[in-house]
Design a protein around this ligand. Structure first.
Ligand code: ADP
Ligand code: MG
Ligand code: MG
Ligand code: MG
Length: 404
């Protein structure tokens, strides 16, 4: 009988003991140390390392409630979804996710490759660092994980069984509320609006009925469009970067949903980096350089996504009707329209909803923050309302530059 035969929430020393007993990473004469390094909203992340060698491991454990609030009761089954998704994505997009060593169903924990020598992308962007290969890497990740899990590629019966095993109702509900509903009506009274912006937000979001009709349509797409196995939380806090490499983590929200949900999240989070630089960088030349890199990256993400998507479609599509003239172009256009819409939703919800981003909250000057928030929301409304006019990367950037 081992203490790890039954679920309990581990402490750092439990995690070290667990690593020694359950994982075959460390040798028997090792001296393990451990620390909880989680900074997310939901889970506990332990780093365990050997003091006498360079070996280390990450153990991520899910609790029965969210880390930040006991009010969020959540099944730890999300950790199974995360581990299975990481393995699946690792097969589809080799080298772009951490290696999973073990998933433990009893403790709802996943042991994986330690990426401590990388930086979380949001932190790096807050220091206005640039990553020239990011667009290349993230578009390969998205095209492979999205298109190759869709009905375009998979046998439709096989896909339906995947839809079932990646069913994630509680985490979907968080997204349905926080991204699709609350930013536009605050019906749970959990929105957290920067006070000097409250009246403007009420007018622009809560009282714009044309916008709310479009958002209702989008919510029903998210609820019903089982298009591909999406990551579901693909913001810059879920991405590790260094100069040469990119690793995507934290796919616990993965489920079968619209492809544009992932692409749109990336675009919105690049815009957060842009407005942060715009608001905080004193050196004009450096500011322009950084903003130019973000703008080019947004263009590249959309345009490389489209080019790779068409290439993979041409080479890999299995669906009989996939080669129907015009069909792949029509399908991809819909994904880019969804991308624009979701970028808009993410921009709104991070400004007014309960989960903010540091890119905005770290802007200390009140009028600079007001300007940043209003740029995000104005761009967002354009993306949502005119989503069907977006097809090229440049159009996404032009909307940002017109609003600025
Ligand atoms: P949550 O689901 O709670 O948001 P994350 O998976 O985003 O948890 O992890 C939270 C933090 O833990 C990350 O921001 C990162 O600092 C650290 N972390 C997570 N996975 C790894 C890893 N494989 N290697 C190194 N650090 C990691
Ligand atoms: Mg996270
Ligand atoms: Mg995090
Ligand atoms: Mg998470």
């Amino acid at each position: 009988m081992s203490k790890f035969d039954k679920y309990f929430l581990m402490s750092p020393s439990d995690a070290a003991e667990y690593a020694a007993e359950k994982l075959s990473i460390f040798c028997c004469d090792c001296e393990l140390d451990s620390k909880e390094i989680g900074d997310g909203n939901l889970n506990y992340v332990f780093r365990v390392w050997d003091k006498n060698s360079d070996k280390s491991v990450i153990i991520k454990q899910a609790g029965f409630t969210a880390r930040i609030s006991e009010d969020f009761k959540l099944s730890p089954d999300r950790n199974r979804i995360e581990a299975e998704t990481l393995r699946f994505q690792g097969d589809l997009a080799p080298g772009l996710v951490p290696v999973v060593y073990k998933y433990d169903d009893t403790l709802s924990c996943c042991s994986m490759e330690d990426l401590s020598d990388y930086t979380i992308m949001r932190q790096a962007l807050l220091q206005h660092k640039i990553f020239p290969k990011f667009a290349e890497h993230i578009t390969t990740f998205m095209v492979n994980t999205l298109l190759l899990t869709s009905d375009v590629f998979l046998n439709h019966q096989e896909k339906k069984s995947l839809v079932k095993s990646y069913t994630n109702p509680e985490l979907c509900e968080i997204t349905e509320d926080l991204v699709y509903t609350e930013p536009f009506n605050d019906y749970k009274h959990r929105n957290d609006v920067f006070l000097p912006n409250l009246d403007w937000v009420k007018k622009e979001l809560y009282n714009d009925n044309e916008l709310k009709l479009e958002v209702a349509k989008l919510k029903f797409d998210f609820l019903t469009n089982a298009q591909a196995l999406i990551h579901g939380d693909l913001h810059t806090g879920s991405i590790f970067v260094n100069e040469n490499s990119t690793k995507i983590i934290d796919p616990e929200f993965a489920f079968y949903g619209p492809m544009g949900y992932d692409v749109g999240n990336i675009i919105a989070n690049m815009i957060f980096a842009w407005v942060n630089a715009d608001a905080t960088m004193d050196n004009e030349e450096e500011c322009i350089n950084f903003k130019n890199w973000v703008e080019n990256t947004i263009c590249e993400i959309i345009d490389k996504f489209k080019a790779k998507f068409m290439k993979v479609w041409k080479e890999e599509a299995k669906e009989v009707l996939a080669k129907t003239p015009g069909f792949s172009q029509w399908y991809l256009s819909q994904v880019i329209h969804d991308t624009a819409a979701v970028a808009g939703l993410e921009l709104c919800r991070r400004i007014v909803g309960m989960a903010h981003v540091k890119d905005i909250t770290s802007i200390e000057n009140e009028s600079a923050r007001l300007r940043a928030e209003r740029i995000c929301i104005t761009v967002a409304k354009g993306y949502i309302k005119n989503r069907e006019s977006y097809l090229f990367g440049e159009q996404f950037v032009n909307t940002l530059k017109e609003v600025e």
